[in-house]
Design a protein. Structure first.
Length: 118
């Protein structure tokens, strides 16, 4: 078994990648906040300060925030992350396990509006 050496990442390309991720994340969150505020807050785990700012931020303000050093968001997993990661690792014939986990997480967040979920 041979070990592959990971590609070398130039610091400037890493910084640009982080800026692109920030920009994409911030625009996506802003768009969702404008369309579905409660859902966006729950799914993205936003605090009240960022929620209020992003909901009214223009593209130039988002660009300034996106270009800050480092990521402006923090990835997070639900409490049952081991089961979620296991479901993502396996390649099921049908996407039912992932759909079930998503519906369960929405239910935990109080965002499942199916009649039988109440």
């Amino acid at each position: 078994m041979t070990m592959r050496t990971p590609p070398r990442i130039r610091p400037e390309s890493l910084v640009e990648s982080i800026h692109r991720l920030n920009r994409s994340y911030l625009h996506t969150v802003r768009d969702w906040l404008r369309a579905e505020p409660a859902l966006a807050q729950a799914l993205f785990g936003l605090d009240e300060t960022l929620t209020a700012w992003l909901a009214s931020a223009d593209s130039e303000a988002i660009e300034r925030l996106a270009r800050m050093p480092g990521a402006v968001f923090q990835p997070r997993l639900p409490a049952e992350s081991l089961r979620l990661l296991a479901a993502c690792t396996a390649a099921p014939a049908q996407p039912l396990p992932q759909l079930h986990l998503l519906l369960r997480q929405l239910s935990v967040l109080g965002l499942d509006d199916r009649p039988e979920a109440a």
